[in-house]
Design a protein around this ligand. Structure first.
Ligand code: HEM
Length: 152
């Protein structure tokens, strides 16, 4: 594992992110843009799943907000992977960084279990509340872990 991380730290793209004056700043801005799209869209859908604004149809909201959230997730993960290359050995050794990745995985599993299971159209109100509450709590925790990384 250490050998793989050391190899990653030595790749041309890692060199670029470590040395480029504006590269890190631009990739960081793209990470934040991805997070804004992801958490903004998913928090609105989660609040509806929790029972807020019941007159709005869950299926129509999901059709609008889930593609935005998925695009944001793709951008956050791609830009996050590039940020990771700035210092793979140190990040991989940080418990908070590992915890953040576990939370990202759990949040994705929660979304997949809801959508590939009952789905927004057929889920009972109880199942909707469970999915919405877990999603909101997990994504907020991921966001907090990401922000706190700079301070540990
Ligand atoms: C998908 C959901 C994700 C969220 C909500 C998230 C959230 C955040 C936040 C809020 C920051 C701080 C940004 C700033 O204040 O400038 C951050 C930084 C960072 N994220 Fe993420 N992140 C996500 C995914 C990832 C992934 C998948 C990776 C790695 C594979 C990653 C790697 C990083 C790194 C390396 C930093 C810089 C930490 C530092 O300040 O040293 N992130 N993230």
């Amino acid at each position: 594992m250490t050998a793989l991380l050391a190899w990653l730290a030595d790749t041309a793209i890692a060199d670029w992110i470590q040395q480029s004056r504006w590269g890190y700043a631009v990739v960081n801005a793209l990470h934040v843009l991805g997070i804004a799209l992801l958490v903004g869209a998913i928090a609105a859908l989660d609040l509806r799943l929790l029972g807020w604004q019941r007159r709005l149809a869950v299926v129509a909201l999901a059709r609008l907000l889930q593609p935005v959230a998925i695009a944001g997730l793709g951008l956050a993960i791609s830009a996050g992977a590039l940020l990771f290359l700035a210092d793979p050995l140190d990040y991989a050794a940080m418990p908070l960084f590992r915890f953040k990745l576990v939370l990202v995985a759990l949040a994705i599993v929660n979304a997949l279990a809801f959508n590939l299971g009952p789905g927004p159209a057929n889920a009972s109100p109880r199942r909707q509340r469970l999915a919405g509450a877990l999603s909101l709590a997990l994504w907020i925790a991921v966001l907090a872990c990401g922000r706190f990384l700079a301070f540990v």
